[in-house]
Design a protein around this ligand. Structure first.
Ligand SMILES: [Zn+2]
Length: 110
């Protein structure tokens, strides 16, 4: 199967418009275009990095989790619920490192 990379192919090159959240030098966060939860934000490095195990400069993790922390605080997700998810191997659809920050209720899809 060909490697899909939704983030480089559509989001980071502005081919589709996304509702942006916090943006830093190396990290972009935005609301998922096809959310699985009532609150569903995706956090990605702006440079192409395929997966967690190919991250060379681990200060990226600090930046990613700082962004996640700020969004949790902004939306007071501590008072509701939230989880942070990242995927690898067969679980990873888009081959660009990304973290899901989800909260609320799952959105059931057919
Ligand atoms: Zn990419």
């Amino acid at each position: 199967m060909e490697d899909k990379d939704f983030y480089c192919d559509f989001v980071l090159n502005n081919k589709i418009e996304v509702k942006r959240e916090i943006e830093t030098t190396s990290v972009l966060s935005f609301h998922h275009t096809n959310p699985s939860w009532t609150f569903h934000v995706v956090v990605v490095p702006k440079q192409h990095i395929s997966k967690i195990t190919t991250v060379e400069d681990v200060s990226l993790f600090k930046e990613i989790f700082s962004v996640i922390k700020e969004i949790i605080l902004k939306y007071k997700l501590d008072e509701i619920n939230y989880k942070v998810i990242t995927n690898g191997g067969d679980f990873q659809d888009s081959k660009h490192l990304h973290f899901h920050l989800v909260s609320g209720e799952p959105i059931l899809k057919k």
